[in-house]
Design a protein around this ligand. Structure first.
Ligand SMILES: [Mg+2]
Length: 120
């Protein structure tokens, strides 16, 4: 079973998305900050994919992507953001994000993206 880590400061997103992903058969976990996500990865928790919010207090999603790149782990990232501007999409792609989805997300669209990215 594939494992997905949700990184989002929004409590309701973490709760709802985790349930939705579990319902379609993924193992889903959630953390509320970039630092918590990096801790999770540094503790060698097995993760196949990260759903990453961009706007978070203190350290944002771009910081997380830079740190993830430094660690050279082969974890795929889909950015999931309410602030969808072209500059953010381009910066995310440059930092290695495999896809960029806007909130409020359409669940079917998100699942299609997750399947595609996991099998890239
Ligand atoms: Mg946020």
């Amino acid at each position: 079973m594939e494992s997905i880590l949700i990184v989002d400061d929004d409590t309701s997103i973490r709760m709802v998305l985790r349930e939705e992903l579990e319902e379609v058969g993924y193992t889903a976990m959630a953390v509320d900050s970039a630092d918590a996500a990096l801790n999770f990865i540094d503790n060698d928790n097995p993760i196949d994919l990260i759903l990453l919010d961009l706007k978070m207090p203190n350290k944002d999603g771009f910081y997380f992507l830079e740190e993830l790149n430094r660690r050279k782990k082969s974890i795929k990232v889909i950015v999931l953001t309410g602030y969808a501007d072209i500059a953010s999409a381009i910066k995310s792609a440059k930092l290695g994000a495999a896809d960029f989805i806007t909130k409020p997300y359409d669940l079917d669209e998100l699942i299609v993206s997750i399947r595609k990215v996991l099998h890239m």
